[in-house]
Structures are given as C-alpha cells and as structure tokens.
Design a protein around this ligand. Structure first.
Ligand code: DGT
Ligand code: CA
Ligand code: CA
Length: 568
C-alpha cells in the first residue's frame, strides 16, 4: 500500500459521495487525500506508531478506514461505493471538464467507464447528442482529453523509488538467469525525477530470464515481452524496460541507454567527425567493431575520458572529457554527516534519540539538528527559550554520544529580511540555516532578492535552506536575482544548501553548477522529518555530483571539529 494509492482511494470516495449529493463529506475526504498525497512519510508507518490522526484532515472515521485497509487490504466504504460507480475516477479527475457529476452523467447515458470509452464516444460523436452537452462541449472534451494524453506519462521523484529499483535489480541478479544486471537511464544518472526505469542485462538464457522478470511480484502488467526487450508496468506506477544485450556490446549499451539523449547526440557527432559509427552495439570503423564491451573503451575510442553517469547531461562534460579536465566529483562515501534534520521537537515525527540512531546506522559521524524557529507556527517552530532547553539537552547527549550533534536552527527569514530569534540565542548555535517559507506572495523580484541579500548581510547565517524555493510539481523557483545572491554568499562566506528531500531537490543541479562558478560552497541536508528520510542525504549528494561539486566544495566532507570552528 502506498500513500499515492490511498490518497487516490480517498479522492475517489469524495467524487462518489459528490455524485450522491452528500454534503461536507466530499470535502473532508479530499482534504485527507491531499495531505496523504503530500505526506513525507509512509502512512503505514504512522499507523504502526498510532499517529494517524496527526495527519492533517484525518479524523477518527478516516483513520479507521486507513486502519481497515492496512489490516485487511480492503476498505468497506470504498468497495461499497465502487460497486455502484465502477468508473476510473482517478484518470477522469485529471481531465479538465470531467468533474464527478459529469462523469456520472456520461456513465448513466453512454456507459462510459474509462478513458477508452470516452475516446470512442467522442470519436463517434455520441456526446454532442446528449442533453446538456452539445457539439461545443464535445469539442472541448476532445481537446482536454488530448492534452491529458500528452502529459499523462507521470514522472516520479527518484528519492521515493530508488530503493525499490535497486531491490528489483538485486532480485534479478540473484535469480540466476543473468550474468550481469545494471540500471541505466535517468536513474543511473541520479536525475531528480524519472520517467521510466531502464535495466540492462546479460543472459545465457534470456527467455527464462524474461519469464522470471514478468512473474515478479513487483510487475503489475506486461506491455511487451520479448527475449531482448521486455517492458512492464511496475506496482510503484512506473514502467520498466529490461534489455538483454551481448557481453561484447554491454559497455556500448550502457553508454547508450544511460544517455542523456543530448549527451548521446553529441557523442555520435564526434564519432562521425572521426569517421566512426557509434550505436548501442559499439563503435565501428567501417564494419569492424573497435570498442563495445566497456564504457571506458567506448569513450576512449572517441578521444574522451569516461565520466560519472551523474555528469552526462550535456552541460560541458564532453568538452571537459576531451581536455582531460573532468571534475573529481565528491564521492557518496565522503559525506561525513547530515546538516539539516528535524525531530518531534518541531515538525518531525521521531525523537532525537530515534533520529540519532538512524543517522548512526546510516554511517554519519555527526548531524545538525535544525528545528524550525518560532515564526513558523505550522511547523511548531521553537522560541528562544525552547531552543535554550533543547541545546541543554543536546549538550548532555553529546557528552556520551559517539555520533555528534551540531546545534542548529532552520531560521525564518522574516518578511523584511530580518531574522527570527534573538542574536543571543543565535550566538550559541553551530549552524544557522536561513529559510524563506512564507510571505513571498506579492513580493516582486526586487523585494524578494533584497530580502535574501539582507539576511545574508547580517553575517549570522551559515547557509541558505532550499534556496530556490521550488517544489517539484507544485511550485516554481522564486523569481530572484540568483547571481547577486551567489555573489553575496561568496563575499559573506555564506553557503548554499542542497536539500535532498525529493520534492525539493533544491538547489537544482544546474543552479549548483552556476553557483559554484561564483566560488560558493555548499551544505548538504536530508531535511529529515523522520527516520525514513535519513536516506535522502544520498539524493542531496547526487545533486552535488550532478552540479560538478568536488570534495572541497562540500561542507559535509569536513570533520565535526572543523565545522564547529566555522562560527567560532
Ligand atoms: P526518463 O526515462 O525520461 O527519466 O529519461 P531517460 O534518460 O531514462 O530516457 P529514456 O528512458 O527515454 O531513454 C533511456 C536512454 O536511451 C536515454 O537517456 C538516452 C537513450 N535514448 C533514448 N532515446 C534516444 C534517442 O532518440 N537518441 C539517442 N541518441 N539516445 C536515445
Ligand atoms: Ca528512463
Ligand atoms: Ca526507457
């Protein structure tokens, strides 16, 4: 059971209740669905901790439905309604002009249950003849349906699916049907969002291997099955292509299917300029293969150094590979700690002890506990006094703990650029993450830029939280003069954060690369709000790598003692 799935069920219930003219309830279900769909933790985990009603909009009765679903795999309320209305509300909801009442009218009159039915009814001009519809609204529906079909391939945030993908790859490896299995595509490049998974394998018995693959429990639906390529839909809602290739062209296939496309196009041009042919089978001079079994050879045959997959975005890496000046990007294993974490003291769900043991298990040597400050009441921000109490506790824990804690704050940058909390409280902190969370509406580019610059100028801030403010799929980056901000950060010795929380992934990697060119350095944070998020430091590191950062550019490669000295 995923949050996504559960949220869709509640949205469906809301739609069906609306058809039944039930008052209020649809709103309540939508509210619950919305908060579940954006929840940073697994609902199942909250259930196990008895914390369901802490979810915004989830009262006793919705909590009971969740519990029933977790325990039995069915939800009576949903099943009952669905029997009466066996319609694909989840899809219809995404098409403009297909509100519940209209969906129901189309079902009653034309038995339209799903997208295919809708399409064929429109093609046969059946809808225009219905009372209350007409030719114009049929045309409008046709248009809306087509624009839905174009965008329907939903991308997913890598942070939420990478572990499942790796587990899947591991299962294929252990199946005994493949000699090699590797992931390629955007997930190998650690792109923040992925459209589908691409897996490459070598197998002496591809038919049996593919049989095994399509029977895995993660596979919901087989799209095409062949002995060299099989495409399926996985239960996590993403498609996955498994390709079986020959050992002698494994490197060429890895290169080709890792991409990205622009990177490949440029490589192919280089090949042509050298009188060579490059494709997923190898590099060829006339018909003779000159490279193919390793990526390194493929690149070398084109006069290029091989680069880490994260760099393959056609952002200058090919030029750098030619002049042997690729950056030595920071390694995942070089990160010593996490510089952005919350606990139940503000809006996290786990205690300090729980967060520490999860961080220790991950391998961190230190973490910064950076609770929200008082002016963010929705996140239960702390005032000066509560920070003082928390820091006393941290001092006590630090004495005995082998994983060290940095005393920090995720500090509200107020509307005018001044800082939340007293400078006395701030003085006692090891790390201050300045953050803009609110009052941005109505602030134009100049006002917002000046607000940020003023905060940087205070000389009190260590780093800027999720600097662009973007939320994937929800909110664009702030309209700010980022170049001036980079300049000012460099001048004031203020870092920029790379926030690894999947929905944020902020700074975005291309902006990281630009900020680096101004001489800015970076802090990495998982922005954990629970033990399940500690793993997001890896995503922050991936963005750092994709932004060409080297060890020296990343504060988290420093030791605890050296970080303590930053503000002393
Ligand atoms: P995604 O799935 O949208 O997150 O992104 P990718 O990069 O995984 O793209 P995908 O799955 O369409 O294709 C996998 C790789 O195959 C891609 O990174 C590069 C290569 N590729 C796909 N289409 C083309 C193409 O038209 N030309 C070239 N040269 N390579 C391509
Ligand atoms: Ca892909
Ligand atoms: Ca693909």
């Amino acid at each position: 059971m995923s949050n996504h799935e559960l949220a869709n069920m509640f949205f469906d219930i809301a739609d069906m209740l609306e058809i039944e003219d039930v008052q209020w309830e649809p709103r309540a279900y939508r509210k619950a669905a919305l908060s579940i769909s954006t929840l940073p933790v697994d609902v199942k985990q909250l259930y196990e901790q008895g914390k369901l009603t802490e979810i915004e909009g989830v009262g006793k009765s919705i909590a009971a439905s969740i519990e029933e679903y977790v325990k039995t795999g069915t939800m009576t309320k949903y099943e009952k309604l669905k029997k009466k209305y066996p319609l694909d509300f989840t899809t219809f909801r995404k098409i403009q002009g297909m509100g519940p009442k209209r969906v129901y009218a189309l079902y009653k009159k034309l038995r339209i249950k799903n997208l295919d039915d809708l399409r064929s009814a429109i093609e046969k001009n059946k809808i225009r003849k219905l009372e209350g519809f007409g030719e114009k609204s049929e045309e409008q529906l046709r248009h809306n349906m087509e624009s839905f079909s174009r965008v329907k391939s939903e991308r997913r945030m890598l942070g939420y699916v990478i572990d499942d993908l790796e587990a899947l790859v591991e299962k294929l490896r252990k199946s005994g049907f493949f000699e090699r299995v590797e992931m390629a595509g955007s997930s190998r490049r650690m792109k923040e969002t992925v459209g589908d998974f691409d897996i490459l394998a070598v197998s002496g018995n591809p038919e049996k291997g593919m049989d095994f693959f399509v029977k895995m429990k993660e596979v919901d639906e087989v799209i095409v099955k062949g002995s060299t390529k099989t495409s399926v839909k996985l239960d996590m809602g993403l498609n996955c292509d498994l390709r079986v290739v020959e050992t002698k062209s494994f490197g060429a296939a890895m290169q080709y299917f890792t991409g990205n496309k622009d990177h490949n196009v440029k490589l192919r041009k280089i090949a042509i300029s050298k009188g060579l042919k490059l494709n997923e089978y190898g590099v060829f001079r006339k018909e003779k293969s000159i490279a193919g079994d390793t990526e390194k050879e493929v690149y070398a045959s084109l006069g290029l150094d091989v680069m880490e997959p994260e760099l393959r975005e056609n952002m200058g890496e090919i030029e750098a590979a030619r002049t042997h000046s690729l950056p030595n990007i920071v390694g995942y294993g070089e990160i010593q700690g996490d510089l952005h974490m919350h606990t139940a003291n503000s809006d996290g769900i786990n205690t300090l002890d729980e967060m520490l043991s999860a961080a220790k298990k991950w391998g961190h040597k230190y973490v910064a506990i950076t609770e929200h400050s008082r002016s963010l009441p929705v996140a239960k921000g702390l005032d000066d006094k509560r920070f003082e109490e928390l820091f006393k506790k941290i001092d006590r824990v630090n004495e005995k703990s082998d994983i060290k804690i940095l005393k920090g704050v995720e500090l509200e940058i107020l509307k005018d650029g001044s800082l939340d909390l007293s400078s006395q409280t701030l003085k006692n902190m090891d790390i201050i993450i300045g953050a803009i969370h609110q009052w941005t509406r109505g602030q134009d580019r100049r006002t917002l830029t000046n607000r940020m610059l003023k905060a940087i100028d205070t000389g009190l801030i260590t780093t800027i939280a999720h600097p662009s403010g973007r939320m994937i799929g929800k909110r664009e980056a702030f309209d700010m003069d980022f170049q001036r901000i980079y300049e000012s950060c460099k001048k004031n010795g203020v870092f920029l954060e790379i926030n690894g929380f999947p929905d944020r992934s902020d700074l975005p990697f291309n902006m990281v690369k630009e900020a680096k060119s101004f001489g800015v350095k970076f802090t990495l944070g998982s922005d954990s709000h629970g033990v399940d998020h500690v793993r997001f430091i890896r995503l922050a590191t991936a963005i750092a790598r994709r932004g060409w950062l080297e060890r020296k550019d990343v504060v988290n490669t420093m030791s605890y003692n050296d970080i303590l000295k930053l503000r002393r």
